[in-house]
Design a protein around this ligand. Structure first.
Ligand SMILES: Cc1ncc(COP(=O)(O)O)c(C=O)c1O
Length: 370
């Protein structure tokens, strides 16, 4: 495999140094939490190799919300990122084909590229409300199609695909004898929509992926998971995990268990913060004149673009945003889109930071756009 670093990672806030950014509107998570706020005592933890699938109580907590999924259908991974890597490298060979809906999380495009398999990319369009068209996906199916890859709730648009569409996709995967990967990393950020069951509940052709990174504000514990009801495939996924890392950090697993054990209280608090910020953001958006958007439904990001009557020198624009205003957003090229698009994260900043960051964005538009 030939690995390539992705712009979203090279230019990420953690690579820039958090201390250098005053108004961080580029994140796709809620604010990172402190270990001290979790009240978790790790003193008596034995630092042994953990159970390879993930410690049982953690898998139990992950599948708790489901009546269909068993603990054996859950594999704990090093963040959702590793789950996605395991899925791609287990299912795809250079002679295979997959269909990826774009924009998408970079790994879902880049790992298949590193494997060098054939890929049909289907772009969601702003003009079409970022809707997914099952018929377009159906037309892209080939005899060697092994995987259809989607993200729901969607990053970077905040779109939630409706249940009927998801069911049609599941049916398509079953008819075509391929797998459906549903990256559900934003599922617990359903601050104004009902939480749907993991799509993996619907069929053993589906693999659902999630983690504690975005909704719990704990990307540093590097705990995610994949869920799949196909026992044979789960065996192969476990083999992949054992070759990558054997097991997860037992420290991380213990903290992740604690997060899930206190899920209700943590998510209520986080959703409350998101709702407050989103209400302000919506109001701000309606008043400003430079950007247009498809309003997000879940998650903490949206993907607006510059209105057609304005012209942007993208390098200068994003440079000025950072150097003059200390503010960052996620430019379109992070998602292989034109830089007139930008991902704006409204769940990470405090309300005051969001207000100033958005004012800065407005000022930057005023001063740099033609
Ligand atoms: C859709 C999506 N999937 C997966 C990930 C990786 O998340 P994790 O921190 O759980 O590895 C991200 C991170 O931005 C993401 O946006």
């Amino acid at each position: 495999m030939k690995y390539t670093r992705m712009p979203i990672e090279i230019e990420s806030p953690e690579e820039m140094g958090y201390g250098n950014i005053r108004y961080n509107l580029a994140e796709s998570s809620v604010r990172d939490i402190y270990l001290r706020d979790l009240n978790v005592d790790l003193k008596d933890l034995v630092l042994f190799y953990g159970e390879h699938k993930g410690i049982a109580k953690l898998r139990e907590a992950i599948k708790e919300e489901s009546k269909v999924v068993t603990t054996d259908d859950v594999l704990v991974t090093t963040g959702a990122a590793t789950a996605l890597f395991i899925v791609a490298t287990t299912l795809l060979n250079p002679s295979d084909h997959l269909i990826v809906i774009r924009p998408n999380y970079g790994t879902n495009l880049e790992t298949p590229r590193a494997i060098n398999c054939a890929m049909s990319i289907i772009d969601l369009k702003f003009e079409n409300n970022f809707e997914m068209d099952v018929n377009e996906i159906r037309k892209a199916i080939q005899p060697n199609t092994k995987l259809i890859s989607i993200t729901n709730p969607h990053n970077p648009t905040g779109k939630v695909f409706d249940e009927k569409l998801i069911q049609q996709l599941v049916q398509l995967a079953e008819e075509s004898n391929c797998r459906l990967l549903v990256d559900e990393t934003y599922r617990d950020l359903n601050f104004q929509t009902e939480l749907k069951p993991y799509v993996a509940e619907l069929s053993d052709k589906v693999i659902s992926v999630s983690s504690v990174s975005k909704s719990f504000g704990a990307p540093g514990v590097r705990i995610g998971w994949l869920i799949c009801r196909d026992k044979k495939l789960m065996h192969d996924f476990l083999a992949a995990k054992e070759q990558i890392c054997l097991c997860n950090s037992v420290v991380d697993e213990e903290i992740a268990f604690h997060l899930l054990h206190n899920k209700k209280a943590i998510l209520e608090k986080n959703h409350e913060h998101i709702r407050t910020n989103f209400a302000y953001f919506k109001h701000w958006f309606a008043q400003q004149e430079y950007l247009e958007w498809v309003e997000p439904q879940a998650g903490v990001v949206c993907f607006p673009r510059l209105k057609a009557n304005y012209k942007m020198d993208a390098e200068k624009f994003y440079d000025t945003m950072f150097s003059k205003y200390g503010t960052i957003v996620g430019p379109g090229h992070w998602f292989e889109q034109n830089k007139i698009y930008m991902r704006i994260g409204f769940g990470y900043p405090t309300l005051d930071e969001l207000k100033t960051g958005l004012d800065n964005l407005n000022e930057c538009c005023k001063s740099s756009l033609a």
